[in-house]
Design a binder for this molecule. Structure first.
Ligand code: PEP
Length: 252
């Protein structure tokens, strides 16, 4: 059975004190509730990862990074390796976010390397895919997403693929306040699950968690998560306020 997941992508936000408050509130909620089959992940900026992993001990909170290097180690000033993350109890990493594709020129080949590095160190990639607005308007969104998965994920053997989470994030919905409709999300998630089934078989496809991301918030999460192929969300802006993030977790 696949897991429902709510993951917060804090991006480049919050100072130390704000990060500490946010994580404390989330931990308090998680320790009070017994969440059944819901994984809660926070992905803070790298400088707060240790703060997060300290808080995530002895409870059901998981910590993810927002990025890792495609290189193993060496003279790459400013970069953070999968080995470093793994040694700090970081268990997830966002890979392929549209902001990294756009501002840091991360292409399919580099993303495939990042996925490999993560898996080698037992870090679960949260692999983001999704089309730009002109691509949706041109009706090429299925093709675009298919290519992203084929080029950066589908080289994996089935055993490794079992440790991947996919996030469908239409780029036109990220940070815009315009979310995909529940029907649009379900349509693409079902398409992705079918691609996984064609490549790896029915059981791996059934077991793959596919998250929706893009202006998902406390108001629309319930309707989005109610779809059979939407297994939770990757949440940006609404993950920065504990009340909103907790409401989203409660939307299952
Ligand atoms: C994101 O950046 O992954 C995201 C989903 O952002 P937002 O929720 O702010 O649209």
């Amino acid at each position: 059975m696949r897991t429902n997941i709510v993951a917060g992508n804090w991006k480049m936000n919050l100072n130390f004190e704000e990060a500490d408050d946010l994580i404390n509130n989330i931990v308090e909620f998680i320790e009070e509730e017994s969440l059944e089959n819901i994984g809660v992940i926070v992905c803070p900026p790298a400088v707060y990862l240790e703060l997060a992993t300290d808080h995530a001990q002895d409870n059901d909170l998981y910590v993810g990074a927002q990025n890792l290097s495609n290189h193993e180690s060496g003279a790459y000033t400013g970069e953070i390796s999968a080995r470093m993350l793994s040694s700090m109890a970081v268990s997830y990493c966002i890979i392929g976010h549209s902001e990294r594709r756009k501002y840091f020129n991360e292409d399919h080949a580099m993303l495939a390397e990042k996925v490999n590095r993560a898996l080698h160190y037992d870090i679960v990639p949260i692999f983001c895919c999704g089309e730009l607005l002109p691509e949706r308007e041109a009706g090429t969104h299925f093709e675009v997403v298919k290519k992203q998965l084929e080029e950066s994920l589908f080289h994996l053997q089935v055993g490794d693929f079992a440790n991947v989470v996919i996030a469908y994030e239409p780029v036109w919905a990220i940070g815009t306040g315009v979310n995909a409709t529940p029907d649009q999300a379900q349509e693409m998630h079902a398409f992705i699950r079918n691609l996984v089934a064609d490549k790896y078989g029915a059981e791996p496809a059934e077991n793959t968690s596919i998250l929706y991301g893009g202006s998902c918030n406390a108001k629309n999460a319930k309707e989005l998560f109610a779809n059979p192929d939407v297994d939770g969300g990757l949440i940006g802006g609404a993950s920065l306020k504990s009340d909103d993030f907790i409401k989203i977790i409660q939307s299952f």
